[in-house]
Design a protein around this ligand. Structure first.
Ligand code: SF4
Length: 234
């Protein structure tokens, strides 16, 4: 058995174990067709990024940013989260993996910028390593990759994969960091002051570049939407 087949078998094994875990823990399942499509996406991810994965070391890391203070009332708080890391040539690049498309990522770039800069700052502060860069990686397959898969045409797929650029670079700088800490601090103050009002219905209806709205993208997954006045007002 060649190495490529062994890797795909291993990926299938991880995928099945992960699927069973998610099914048990969430109580949701999907039909066989959707499951095969999800696995197809895993294989495409591997094919597209195999060189990046083999050239460096990709892992997940838990990072805490302690001893932060809110901007107005100086309330102490800390931030904790998981981030993906690519280690190569003695440098670490931090990245977020998302199922969102490039367009969606570009729409939400400020959110990614804040998060990645906070974690990059903490790694630099701890003198853990040099930061090689920050980026967001989209796993959402573009239309021509999906068509090539559907047509079962290997050379068409190879061409579509070569044309696909799923990496969106994110600005890494200390200016971004300061504004990110301020923004998070303002949210912490609002929570502490019990200022928890939802955005207005007009914000919920506003369309992003790809046609989604706050309502369709965020509220549809919100457990309290049925009792939310803003949602009911849309
Ligand atoms: S439905 Fe949920 S996410 Fe949407 S505005 Fe209301 S509270 Fe916020």
């Amino acid at each position: 058995m060649n190495d490529e087949i062994k890797i795909e078998e291993k990926l299938r094994e991880f995928f099945e174990a992960n699927y069973e875990y998610l099914k048990e823990s969430s109580g949701h399942s999907i039909n066989e067709l959707m499951k095969e499509r999800a696995f197809e996406q895993v294989l495409i991810y591997w094919k597209k990024h195999r060189q990046m994965i083999l050239d460096g070391k990709v892992s997940s890391m838990q990072i805490s940013v302690p001893n932060l203070r809110t901007p107005n009332k100086a309330i102490p708080y800390s931030i904790e989260g998981m981030i993906d890391v690519l280690e190569k040539d003695g440098k670490r690049s931090l990245f977020d993996v998302t199922t969102n498309s490039r367009e969606q990522i570009e729409d939400d770039i400020e959110l990614y910028k804040d998060e990645l800069n906070l974690y990059a700052y903490e790694l630099e502060r701890m003198k853990e390593s040099d930061i090689g860069g920050t980026f967001v990686l989209s796993t959402s397959m573009p239309r021509d990759v999906r068509y090539a898969l559907k047509n079962g045409n290997a050379s068409e797929l190879e061409h579509a994969l070569a044309n696909w650029n799923p990496i969106v670079p994110v600005q890494h700088s200390h200016d971004v960091l300061e504004s990110a800490v301020k923004k998070v601090g303002e949210v912490v103050e609002k929570i502490q002051n019990c200022e928890l009002a939802p955005p207005s219905p007009s914000v919920l209806k506003k369309e992003f570049k790809d046609g989604r709205t706050f309502c369709s993208h965020i509220c549809e997954n919100c457990d309290i939407r049925k009792s939310c006045e803003a949602f009911k007002g849309v």
